[in-house]
Design a protein around this ligand. Structure first.
Ligand code: SAM
Length: 289
C-alpha cells in the first residue's frame, strides 16, 4: 500500500500531466506573465533559468518561447525528482534540458551552485513536508548567482473554499453547503492521512527574508472570476486522484464520510455554478549582488 505520509501522492499518469498544462494556462491567464515583471535581466548576456519540480516543463517551455520572442539569449534546466511527465528531449528546443534533482537535497551538486539568474518553483503545496519549505529556499539561494532572482508561485491549500457564483455570495440563490463539505472532508483527510500542512504558504515572504533574500514581491491573489471554472476543474481533478489513492472502505482516510456521497452532492452544486478556489500566491526574492 502507498505510504501516503512519505510519498508524493499525485498521479504520475497522463491525467496529471494534462492537469498541469491546464493549471499552467490558468496561471498565465491570471498573471499575464511567466516571469514576474520585477525581474530585471538586462545586465545578463545569456539568462540561465532553473525550475524545481518542473513536471511536464510547461512553465519552462512557455518562458523559453517568451524570451525567444523578446530576442533574449537564454538556457533552461527543468529539474524534478522523477521524469514521469518529461517530454522527449528530442522534442525540446536545444536550450532546454531536463534532469533529476530532489529540490530538498542537502547535497546540492556542484554543477548547480552559483549558476543561475532565475530559480523558479510552482505548485509545491503537496510536495513540502512538515510545513517547512526551508531546504528548497536554501538550495535556491545557493543555486543563484549574486544578483539572481527566486520566484515561487503557489496555490494556498489552507485557503481552499467553496464560492457561490457571482461577485456577492450573500445574494446567491445557490447553496454551497455540500461543496464546503467536500472541501472540509478533503482537508481533514490531507491533514490526518497525508500530513499536509499549509501554514508555510502564508509565511513564504518571511522565510525568503530569513534566508537572505530581499523580498521584491509577496502577494496573495483571488483567482479572477472568469478563471474560477478552470481552477474548479483543476482542483476536482487533483481531489479525484487523491480520493482514488486515499479512500478506504468508501471513506476518505481520516474521515467517516462516504466519499461518493460527498462527491455527488457537491457535484450538484458545482453544476449550478459553485466554484472551488484557492488563493494564488507569488513571492519574488532577490539575492543581493
Ligand atoms: C504539482 S506538480 C507541479 C509541476 C510544475 N511545477 C507545474 O507547476 O506544472 C509537483 C511536481 O513536483 C515534483 N516533486 C515532488 N517531490 C519533489 C522533490 N522532492 N524535488 C523535486 N520535485 C519534486 C513532482 O514530481 C511534480 O512534478
Amino acid at each position: 500500500m502507498t505510504d501516503l505520509r512519505k510519498n508524493y501522492v499525485v498521479s504520475q499518469g497522463f491525467d496529471e500531466s494534462g492537469r498541469l498544462f491546464l493549471q499552467h494556462w490558468m496561471w498565465k491567464a491570471q498573471l499575464g506573465w511567466d516571469l514576474h515583471p520585477v525581474i530585471q535581466l538586462n545586465g545578463t548576456d545569456e539568462v540561465r533559468v532553473a525550475d524545481h519540480g518542473c513536471g511536464n516543463a510547461a512553465w519552462v517551455v512557455s518562458l523559453a518561447t517568451d524570451l525567444e520572442r523578446a530576442q533574449r539569449r537564454a538556457t533552461f534546466i527543468g529539474l524534478d525528482v522523477q521524469d514521469a511527465h518529461f517530454p522527449a528531449a528530442q522534442n525540446l528546443p536545444k536550450n532546454i534540458k531536463l534532469g533529476l534533482l530532489d529540490a530538498f537535497t542537502e547535497d546540492l551538486p556542484e554543477e548547480h551552485i552559483g549558476k543561475y539568474d532565475v530559480v523558479h518553483v510552482r505548485a509545491f503545496s503537496s510536495v513540502v513536508k512538515n510545513d517547512d519549505p526551508s531546504p528548497v529556499i536554501k538550495n535556491a539561494y545557493k543555486m543563484l548567482k549574486p544578483g539572481g532572482y527566486f520566484q515561487w508561485d503557489d496555490l494556498d491549500g489552507g485557503s481552499f473554499k467553496a464560492v457561490a457564483p457571482g461577485s456577492d455570495p450573500t445574494t446567491s440563490m445557490v447553496s454551497t453547503a455540500a461543496t464546503e463539505d467536500l472541501v472540509a472532508t478533503s482537508m481533514q483527510s490531507q491533514k490526518v492521512a497525508m500530513n499536509f500542512k499549509f501554514s508555510w504558504l502564508g509565511r513564504l515572504g518571511l522565510l525568503f527574508d530569513e534566508h537572505g533574500f530581499e523580498v521584491l514581491d509577496d502577494k496573495r491573489l483571488e483567482v479572477k472570476k472568469e478563471l474560477r471554472s478552470v481552477m474548479t476543474v483543476s482542483l476536482l481533478m487533483i481531489h479525484a486522484h487523491i480520493a482514488r489513492v486515499a479512500v478506504r472502505n468508501g471513506c476518505l482516510v481520516g474521515t467517516d464520510k462516504k466519499w461518493e456521497d460527498v462527491w455527488a452532492k457537491a457535484g450538484e452544486e458545482i453544476g449550478q455554478g459553485v466554484s472551488l478556489t484557492m488563493d494564488m500566491l507569488v513571492t519574488v526574492g532577490y539575492k543581493r549582488a
